[in-house]
Write a protein that binds this ligand. Structure first.
Ligand code: FES
Ligand SMILES: [Fe+2]
Length: 348
């Protein structure tokens, strides 16, 4: 049983909304928890898998720790950062970047015991995003965005992190689903006449996920930032990196390319934090606000459906639903979830 090999098996947070077994499995993945640019001089509280974390910036890098001062259980996110240490706002205890308590102000000559220690989590800053894992032995890989990150022709912008009322499973399933373009997105880029194109795609597994490849003839209404044509031929290459991250590379004629990264982080069983990162190598004269307004319009079309699906969780008994060929990516996602040991009542 794969679940038994997970390091966090047996531990789960207070008020945990996952089954203990599912929590143990999900806690062993990297997740994006914050944008680096959003973490300035104050500690910031984030929530991952029902665990409260504090993220803060020091002169030597970021720290991601449990948002709990072990003295009397106060959140460190109410405190402040001084000299690369986090200071609890309640009694002023200080913790260094490794989590060790360095000072108890009421007894400044006392050497704090090792038990007085913050739980610091594995974290990494990559592509302007702070990734964290609740385990010391992550079972997934941080996705590879090197190509667009290192290419100066790509302009980046973002939306989020924002929290939607949905399970991470339902959210990521939507962003793997190409057959919904022609319907959910009929007021933006979807065209009913392209419905069969959205259903036909190549799907290949790789070590950390799935890769899809297909063409889609999209509509291009007047409020789209791309001007001069009422239809756009898109070539789409989409990668799912397990568990919940997609990278969609969309190529238009004449070398125009945009890449959309959608990252879903389970906050709790039915709440997900979404972080959208967009990059494109064209239309640099268009204000970012206009590009973002268009992307948000599309994503809010998704949100409306994702937040209202029933059951809220993805059924992991394949016989409970009817599947068609267009659903092969979401079937592959379900099979992977079953393989890693998520329960039938998986609700991430
Ligand atoms: S609760 Fe943090 S110093 Fe007392
Ligand atoms: Fe969509």
């Amino acid at each position: 049983m794969i679940a038994d090999t997970f390091e966090n098996a047996g531990y789960f947070p207070r008020e945990c909304s996952f089954s203990p077994s599912d929590w143990g499995i999900l806690s062993e993945f990297w997740y994006p928890v914050a944008l680096a640019e959003d973490i300035e001089d104050k500690p910031v509280k984030v929530r991952l898998l029902d665990e409260n974390l504090v993220v803060y910036r020091t002169s030597k890098g970021f720290v991601v720790a449990k948002d709990l001062c072990v003295h009397r259980g106060s959140p460190l996110s109410l405190g402040w950062v001084e000299g690369d240490e986090i200071v609890c706002g309640y009694h002023g205890y200080r913790y260094n970047m490794e989590g060790k308590c360095t000072l108890v102000p009421s007894h400044p000559d006392w050497k704090p015991p090792s038990k007085l220690c913050l739980k610091v989590y594995l974290h990494e800053e990559r592509y302007g995003v702070i990734w964290a894992c609740l385990s010391d032995q992550p079972k997934n890989a941080i996705p590879d965005w090197e190509m667009e990150w290192n290419d100066q022709k790509f302009r980046w912008f973002s939306w989020g992190p924002i929290v939607w009322d949905c399970s991470a499973g339902r959210a990521i399933e939507n962003f793997l689903d190409n057959a919904h373009f022609s319907f959910i997105h009929r007021n933006t880029f979807g065209q009913e006449s392209s419905a069969e194109m959205g259903a036909e795609y190549k799907l290949e597994p790789f070590e950390h996920g799935l890769i899809m490849d297909f063409d889609y003839l999209a509509g291009n209404p007047a409020d789209s930032p791309i001007k001069g044509t009422d239809q756009l031929q898109r070539h789409m290459n989409r990668t799912l990196t397990y568990p919940f991250f997609t990278r969609s590379r969309i190529q238009y004629p004449e070398g125009k390319e945009q890449i959309i990264h959608i990252n879903v982080t389970p906050v709790s069983a039915r709440k997900s934090q979404l972080l959208f990162l967009f990059s494109r190598n064209f239309d640099h004269h268009v204000p970012v606000e206009d590009l973002l307004a268009w992307e948000k319009k599309i994503l809010l079309e998704d949100k409306c459906y994702i937040e209202s699906q029933k059951p809220e969780e993805i059924p992991l008994d394949l016989s409970e639903e009817v599947h068609v060929r267009a659903d092969k990516a979401s079937i592959a996602l379900r099979r992977w979830m079953i393989k890693i040991g998520l329960g039938r009542d998986f609700t991430a």
